[in-house]
Ligand binder design. Structure first.
Ligand code: CP3
Length: 354
């Protein structure tokens, strides 16, 4: 199908949506599906509206944010929308000099290296991100009973961009700070936890139905280092937003050996990459937590029948779980054929119908 320019606003209570029911580990009529990075370069309509507009500039324009967030909802019939933004937006809002370079990622002008640099990480006020409040309100109206997921970067992943000054394979400066100056590291992560919690609160108070904390690069850590040097900050974020009663999702890549600790950080849902099957992930995370995932995003480059076989494998490994949200194990790759995503949503809906 072609994307439809107009979409009827689905009526009903967002609280009864399959996505929120699955987050709460309640029975569902079918397994809900959404995709990390479902908005973005895989969609021609995204590339068109972004022409001549910088990534961060587009994140500060509520009309564009709402349009881009809606594009995959109209096209793919996913069960949730994710707010279009980036993990560095709250840092930019504090006045930190940074940009998102196409094909590279976030680049920071003056990396954080010493105690004096912490002063730049002042508390985030709702007025710093008024455009977020405005865009969430527009979206909640347009989405009707389809839930909107707000998100933020987790303290470790944000710290990595701030300390390295850009994307990093080995996170060597970040780890040097973590091992070499543990007290400064703890203060850095604590400040980032406060900024992240404040940013999630803005999205929830404006109407977001769930939030996801992206700790994309935390899989670079050994469990003991995660437990001692990162978990307290991530736990602080989850505790700060617990009172709203909206589901909290916790996601990282390469976290097979960390799943038990991720479960202890306090989220209601843990996102799993493709390296650990969901039944095994459930054993590692422990009871009382829903799981999200975990089709390898590269599978979408295979023929349709192969995609369906791999989707069956994910559904099969999730059969015994209470609470499964179908997703990829990481974000949609930019060269993905959008039709493969649309087809996958309808296939998962059919195969999981009960
Ligand atoms: O999921 C969605 O649909 C919402 C959009 C979203 C973006 N960034 C838009 C974006 C989300 C959830 C993010 C989060 C994000 N940003 C993460 C965590 C998620 C993950 O993938 O692990 C991380 C690590 C970042 C940092 C970042 N920003 C990277 C690595 C890149 C890619 C750089 C590139 O060009 O390859 C960005 C830029 C970015 N964020 C783009 C989009 C659509 C591409 C820029 C563009 O379209 O011009």
């Amino acid at each position: 199908g072609q994307p439809t320019p107009h979409r009827e606003v689905p009526s009903g209570d967002v609280k009864d949506s399959t996505f929120l029911r699955a987050c709460r580990r309640e029975p569902v009529s079918h397994t809900p599906v959404w995709f990390m990075r479902q908005a973005g370069r895989s969609l021609p309509e995204y590339r068109k509206v972004r022409e001549g507009i910088g990534m961060l500039d587009s994140c500060m324009r509520p009309d564009l944010v709402a349009e881009i967030t809606m594009q995959p909802v109209r096209r793919h019939n996913v069960d949730a929308a994710i707010y279009f933004s980036d993990i560095v937006v709250p840092l930019k809002a504090l006045g930190i000099g940074l940009d998102i370079k196409p094909g590279v990622g976030p680049v920071v002008d003056e990396p954080v290296r010493g105690a004096a640099d912490l002063e730049r990480l002042r508390p985030l006020e709702p007025d710093d991100v008024g455009y977020v409040t405005e865009a969430v309100r527009l979206l909640v109206d347009e989405l009707g009973s389809t839930p909107l997921i707000g998100f933020a970067g987790a303290p470790f992943t944000l710290a990595s961009y701030l300390v390295e000054g850009g994307p990093s394979k080995n996170h060597e400066r970040t780890k040097a700070l973590m091992y070499g100056e543990p007290e400064l590291w703890a203060r850095l992560l604590d400040r980032l936890a406060d900024i992240t919690a404040a940013f999630l609160k803005v999205q929830i108070e404006a109407g977001a139905s769930a939030v996801q904390l992206f700790d994309s690069w935390v899989g670079a850590l050994a469990p003991e280092d995660y437990r001692r040097s990162v978990l307290p900050a991530s736990r602080k974020v989850f505790e700060a937003v617990a009172g709203y009663g909206v589901p909290r999702i916790h996601f990282g890549v390469g976290t097979g050996e960390l799943l038990g600790l991720l479960g202890q950080a306090g989220a209601d849902v843990v996102g799993v990459d493709w390296r650990v099957p969901l039944d095994e992930a459930a054993r590692r995370v422990g009871p009382g937590t829903a799981l999200q995932g975990n089709l390898d995003p590269a599978v979408l480059f295979a023929p349709r029948e192969a995609v369906q076989r791999q989707a069956d494998r994910v559904l099969e490994s999730a059969r015994g779980l209470e609470g499964h949200i179908f997703n990829l194990g990481h974000g949609v790759l930019p060269a993905t054929d959008p039709q493969a995503l649309t087809d996958l949503v309808s296939y998962v809906h059919e195969r999981s119908a009960r």
